[in-house]
Each structure stands twice: as C-alpha cells, then as structure tokens.
Design a protein around this ligand. Structure first.
Ligand code: ZN
Length: 292
C-alpha cells in the first residue's frame, strides 16, 4: 500500500419492491454519436451484462429514492451531488478508454445526461435498497424493465451494450460499499446492475469505484476474494505485492492511480492469453469461447 493510495477492499454482497418509475421530461435534442457499422446484439449476458468493451456502451443513470434516502432536485445541494456523479462517471470512463488503448480498441461510452437527457431517470422504491446482498435484485430488474426501453435507447444511440447504474443518495454514515451484480454470481442474472451509493464509510464514492463496477459488466472478476475465477492463492499474492489492480482495490479521491492489469484485460476479452492464468490456476476467460 503506497502512501498516496488507500486501498479499500470493496465487499461484495448482494439483494425487494418497486413503487413507481418516472421518466424525466425531455429537454434539448442532441447529436447522437454515429457508427459506420452498427448492428444490435442478440447478446444474452454470457460475459457480463454489457458484452464487448470495444463497442459502444450506453450507461443509463437511474437516480433512485428508497425508504431511507432521497433525491430532491429542487435542492441545489442535491443537484450538485448529481452533477458530481456525472463528473465521476466521466473520469471513470475516460480512465477505462485510456487503459484499454494498448489493446488497440477505442470504446465509446455514452452516458452524458446533460447532453442526452433520456439517459438520466428517476425512480422510487418503498424498501431499503442500500443493502449488501442481492435481495433487491428482482425489484431493480423489474424497475429497469418498466423504466428503460433498452432496445429503443440502444437503437437510438447505436450502442451494442447497455449498463444500468443506480445512484442512491446516501450520506457518509452509510456503511455499505457500492457493488454490482457480477456475472460470476450466476447465469440467471442477465441484467446486471450497478449500485452506486454516493457516500460510504465516511467518504465520497470515488471514480475508481465507478470504473471497477463498470469493468464487472464486461466480465472482469474481483481479485480481492476467492471466487469462480480467482483462487485464494492469487488473492493472497495480490495482498503480498500490494497490488494496484483496480479489480483488487480502488484508489480514493478524484485522481485515479489504479492499474488495469493484463489479467483484467484477459478477462475483458482483450488478450487471448495471460501467463498468470496458468501460473495461478485461474479460471479461463469466458471470452475464450467465442470470436471477438
Ligand atoms: Zn467488484
């Protein structure tokens, strides 16, 4: 652990009731990024909810009220927090784009709801949604189904991939870390979700957390605990070398000093081989099965 970097292990946890899903009114038309070749994927979540990181990815931001946390956008302070989440999303996606450049791809993330007003939605749940388990998954999935016309949005923005990011306006007393429902948690979860709790453990959720969760949607597994892809010995190894890998831990603050490792790239389908997979007996990348 370097002096500039505080490593935080993000706990994965998981799992309610939907009240209403209200679309925000449209404001201004915006120019939509065009692709020369675009076709809708018949993608079913084999690698992570999003699919191939090289493609165009739509990120739908859903600002959600729940039993204990609220957004009030008449309040300038809440507006400011919302704007900050957009700014962090920008930092996170720029970082990802930069990190994957050596693999000769140029992903596009379309998320800017200031420019494209239909990418920001609001909803209200009656339940306590800030939980560390997947008990609320079916509610959130139901919400997405009712609130987001994914197919139309993807067509409109010519995006092969779509990510649903929920934002809950927690304060710093919230002990629950942000998390996403990882593909490795089960094949039933075709609609992964990201839950960003604006604050946790006395800090503002940093942009590195946003990037970490987004990478899950493309298949990158966590490296900080043993799971279907990662053996405990490798987790121990990461700890021993104070790994700076973004899937092992995230840097706090706005400056992202994290690394996207070759192992992450392998699990994202950007590399066919990674020596660490053999060396540490890790599970092969799901992308190995398909043409990229
Ligand atoms: Zn994670």
């Amino acid at each position: 652990m370097t002096s500039r970097k505080i490593k935080k292990i993000i706990l994965v946890l998981f799992l309610l009731v939907l009240s209403s899903c209200i679309d925000q009114p449209s404001k201004t038309p915006a120019t939509i990024p065009q692709k020369t070749q675009y076709k809708m994927n018949q993608y079913q979540g084999e690698y992570g909810s999003a699919g191939f990181i090289k493609d165009h990815t739509l990120i739908v931001s859903i600002y959600a009220n729940d039993k204990n946390t609220q957004w009030n956008f008449d309040d300038p302070a809440h507006q400011q927090i919302k704007k900050q989440t957009l700014s962090y999303l920008s930092l996170a996606t720029k970082w990802i784009k930069k990190q994957v450049k050596p693999y000769h791809i140029s992903p596009e993330f379309i998320y800017d709801w200031q420019k494209y007003n239909d990418l920001s939605l609001t909803t209200t749940f009656n339940e306590d949604m800030v939980v560390d388990n997947i008990s609320m998954y079916s509610l959130q999935k139901q919400c997405i189904k009712q609130l987001v016309d994914s197919h139309t949005l993807q067509k409109k923005y010519q995006a092969e991939n779509i990510i649903y990011m929920f934002f809950f306006n927690t304060d710093k007393t919230n002990p629950i870390n942000p998390w996403s429902l990882s593909h490795s948690n089960g094949t039933d979860f075709n609609t992964e979700i990201i839950n960003i709790f604006v604050c946790f453990d006395d800090i503002l959720t940093p942009p590195a957390s946003y990037a970490h969760e987004i990478l899950h949607c493309f298949g990158a597994p966590d490296l900080y605990y043993e799971n279907a892809y990662i053996m405990q010995a490798y987790v121990d190894h990461c700890q021993e070398i104070c790994s700076n890998d973004i899937m092992y831990g995230v840097s706090f603050g706005e400056e992202m000093i994290d690394e996207l490792s070759e192992l992450d790239a392998y699990y994202l389908g950007l590399k066919d081989h990674c020596h660490e997979v053999e060396q540490w007996h890790l599970h092969p990348s799901d992308y190995q099965k398909e043409d990229k």
